[in-house]
Design a protein around this ligand. Structure first.
Ligand SMILES: Cc1cc2nc3c(=O)[nH]c(=O)nc-3n(C[C@H](O)[C@H](O)[C@H](O)COP(=O)(O)OP(=O)(O)OC[C@H]3O[C@@H](n4cnc5c(N)ncnc54)[C@H](O)[C@@H]3O)c2cc1C
Length: 542
C-alpha cells in the first residue's frame, strides 16, 4: 500500500495546441531538473517539466505520516549561495521563500570507541575538538584548510562551472589538476595532515555524501570541509521539501509548466535532431530542445531510439563504475534522544574495510556506518511534541553486488535497529517506533529509475569526472542535453545546481530562445497518467 501523504499536483491545465514550437522539455524534476527549468524559463524559453512521479523533487522527496515529516533524501545544504544565484536570476530573493538556518555543530560524529567529535562549530572550537584527539593535528587542520582553500578556489570556481564536452577543455585543465594533485585520493591527502585515525575519518568521509569512495575519490573532493567552513551547513525549515516546493513555485511563477505522473518512455529524434518526447500514455510533446534529468544511463540506453545509440556508446556507459546505494529507514519515535544532534554520523570500527565492502565486494557489509537525521532538534514542526522524526541512512552496495533485497530487507532492518540500540545507545528504539517506512536500493531502481539502484549515479573518480563524465550535451543527438548527478560536475545539491548552470548556459548559447513561442505541442490531451513503476516498500507500526 502506498501510505505516505501525497499532494497530487494538477497539470497546470496545459491546453495544448498543434503549432510548431521552439520550446524546451525537461525530463525529470529532481533538483537539477528544476534548477535547469528555472534558469531556462527565466532566460526566455518556454519550458515544460515532465516528471514520472506524483510530485516533483526526485531524491529530495518528502514523506509525511502520523504527524511526522521526513526528508527522504538530501538533508544538508552546503552551498546556499548557489540557490541564491538561482533566485537572483529569476529576479527574486531566496530569503522571501525559504528559511535557511545554519547548524552548529554541523555534525556530531561517533567512533566505535564511544568518543565523539562535534564538527563545524567555527575555527576555534574545531581546533579544540581536534586537540582532544591529537594536539599535533591542530596545526595539521590549519595546513589542511589552507591547501583545500586553494583546491576550492580552483576546482569550485574554475572547473565545476565549466562545460567539459571537449577533450581540449580537459587537456587545458590538466596543468591545473596536476598542481592540485588531483591524482591523489582524498584519504591520501587527509592522511598527510592528520595522524589520528579518527580525525582521518572526520576529514575524509565527505565524498560518501556524493557517492564517492574516499580511498579513490580525487583529492579535489577534499575541499568540502573548507566549503562547509566558508558557507556553513544549513537546514531549510520545514525540511528540504520546502526548497523543492519553492523551486516549483518559482518555475510556475515564471510561466513554466509542470506535468506529473508522466514517465517519458522515448526521446523523439528526427534526422539526428531531437524532436520531443513520448510519454507512457502515448502523448507526444514536441520540442526543439530536451534536457534530460532522468538517469544518464537509462536515458541513453533505454529512452533514445537504438539507431542513435552510436557504436562505442554502450561500451563507454558499461565501463562506468556506479556509486553505492543506501538503505533508509524513516522512523517516527515517541521519545527523544539527547545524544543525537540534528545530524549524527556513526563511523564503523574499520573504515577502510567498510569502504572496500561498499564499493568493491559482493554481499552485505559486515560492519555498519550510519547517518542519522533528527530535524525535530531544529524544527519542532517535523514531529509531534515530545517525539522525534528519525531518518537512518546506511550505505550499502548497489544492486550489481548480488544482494537480494526482497529477502534481506527485513533482517537488515532488524540488524540496524539492534545495532542502534546496542552500539549507539538508542535505548528502547524498537519499542518507541510509532510509524516506520523504508527505501531500499530496489526503490532507487524502480521508483527513481536509477541504474543499479545507485543512490548518487556514476561514482566520482578522476577518470569519471569532467570530460570523462557524461557530457552535459549529447554527442549523439543535436538538441539533447543532460543535467543532474550523472553529468558534470556531479552529485550533491551543489553539483546538480552547478550542472544546471552549465547545461542551461550551453542551451542558451546553442539554441537561444526565439522570442514569444507556443508551448510544446502534444498530440494527445493533458496528462495525469498513473505511473506503473512499483512503489516504495512501506511498513506500518500502529
Ligand atoms: C539518501 C540521500 C541523501 C542525500 N543527502 C544529500 C545532502 O544532504 N546534501 C546534498 O547536497 N546532497 C545529498 N544527496 C545527493 C543529492 O540529493 C542528489 O545528488 C540530487 O538530489 C540529485 O538530483 P538530480 O537532479 O540528479 O535528480 P534526481 O533527484 O535523481 O531526480 C531525477 C528525477 O527524474 C525523474 N525521472 C526519471 N526517469 C524519468 C522518466 N523517464 N520520465 C520522467 N521523469 C523521470 C525521477 O522520478 C526524478 O524525479 C543525497 C542523496 C541521497 C540519495
Amino acid at each position: 500500500m502506498n501510505d505516505y501523504h501525497i499532494d497530487t499536483f494538477s497539470t497546470s491545465g496545459d491546453s495544448i495546441d498543434d503549432s510548431e514550437s521552439d520550446g524546451v522539455i525537461v525530463v525529470g524534476a529532481g533538483l537539477g531538473g528544476l534548477a535547469a527549468a528555472i534558469r531556462l524559463q527565466a532566460t526566455g524559453h518556454d519550458v515544460t517539466l515532465i516528471e514520472a512521479r506524483e510530485r516533483v523533487g526526485g531524491r529530495a522527496y518528502q514523506l509525511q505520516d502520523a504527524g511526522f515529516t521526513f526528508d527522504m533524501g538530501p538533508t544538508l545544504i552546503t552551498a546556499p549561495h548557489l540557490l541564491r544565484d538561482l533566485w537572483t536570476l529569476a529576479g527574486r530573493n531566496l530569503d522571501d521563500d525559504v528559511d535557511l538556518v545554519p547548524l552548529s555543530p554541523a555534525y556530531r560524529i561517533y567512533f566505535s570507541d564511544g568518543r565523539h567529535f562535534d564538527y563545524g562549530m567555527g575555527a576555534e572550537q574545531d581546533e579544540e575538538e581536534v586537540a582532544k584527539f591529537e594536539p599535533q593535528d591542530v596545526q595539521g587542520l590549519r595546513d589542511f584548510l589552507a591547501v583545500t582553500e586553494q583546491i576550492y578556489e580552483r576546482a569550485f570556481d574554475d572547473l565545476a562551472g565549466k562545460p567539459f564536452n571537449k577533450l581540449s577543455t580537459f587537456l587545458g585543465a590538466i596543468p591545473q589538476l596536476a598542481r592540485l594533485r588531483a591524482d591523489r585520493s582524498v584519504y591520501n591527502l587527509v592522511s598527510r595532515y592528520f595522524r589520528d585515525p579518527n580525525l582521518r575519518m572526520v576529514f575524509s568521509f565527505h565524498p560518501l555524501f556524493i557517492g564517492g569512495n574516499p580511498l579513490r575519490a580525487s583529492a579535489i573532493y577534499s575541499m568540502v570541509p573548507y566549503l562547509e567552513r566558508q558557507h556553513g551547513v544549513h537546514f531549510a525549515m520545514g525540511g528540504m521539501y520546502s526548497v523543492v516546493s519553492a523551486m516549483e513555485q518559482l518555475f510556475r511563477d515564471l510561466g513554466g509548466q509542470v506535468i506529473v505522473n508522466s514517465p517519458v518512455d522515448e526521446i523523439l529524434v528526427n534526422k539526428g535532431r531531437v524532436a520531443g518526447v513520448k510519454t507512457r500514455n502515448g502523448g507526444e510533446h514536441l520540442a526543439g530542445t530536451v534536457v534530460a534529468n532522468s538517469d544518464v544511463m537509462r536515458t541513453q540506453l533505454e529512452l533514445l531510439p537504438p539507431r542513435y545509440q552510436r557504436r562505442g556508446m554502450k561500451r563507454r556507459l558499461d565501463g562506468y563504475r556506479h556509486s553505492m546505494s543506501c538503505f533508509l529507514l524513516y522512523l517516527g519515535v515517541n521519545r527523544q534522544y539527547a545524544q543525537l544532534k540534528h545530524h549524527t554520523i556513526v563511523m564503523p570500527p574499520d573504515y577502510k574495510k567498510l569502504l572496500r565492502q561498499l564499493f568493491d565486494e559482493d554481499g552485505l557489509p559486515t560492519d555498519l556506518a550510519f547517518y542519522l537525521h533528527a530535524p525535530s532538534k531544529t524544527d519542532p514542526s517535523m514531529a509531534p511534541e515530545g517525539c522525534e522524526s528519525l531518518y537512518v541512512l546506511v550505505p550499502v552496495p548497489h544492486l550489481g553486488h548480488g544482494i537480494d533485497w526482497q529477502r534481506e530487507a527485513e533482517p537488515f532492518r532488524n540488524r540496524i535497529i539492534r545495532t542502534l540500540e546496542e552500539k549507539v545507545g538508542l535505548d528502547g528504539l524498537e519499542a518507541s517506533i510509532v510509524t516506520e517506512h523504508r527505501f531500499t536500493p530496489r526503490d532507487f531502481a524502480y521508483d527513481l529509475g536509477s541504474w543499479l539502484g545507485s543512490a548518487f549515479s556514476v561514482e566520482p573518480t578522476l577518470f569519471q569526472s569532467a570530460y570523462f563524465r557524461q557530457h552535459n550535451r549529447s554527442d549523439e543527438v543535436d538538441g539533447l542535453y543532460f543535467v543532474g548527478a550523472g553529468t558534470h560536475p556531479g552529485a550533491g545539491i551543489p553539483g546538480v545546481l552547478l550542472s544546471a548552470e552549465v547545461t542551461s548556459g550551453m542551451v542558451n548559447r546553442e539554441h537561444p530562445p526565439m522570442g514569444p513561442s507556443a508551448p510544446p505541442r502534444v498530440s494527445t490531451q493533458v496528462e495525469e497518467e498513473k505511473s506503473d513503476l512499483p512503489h516504495m516498500e512501506t511498513v506500518w507500526h500502529s
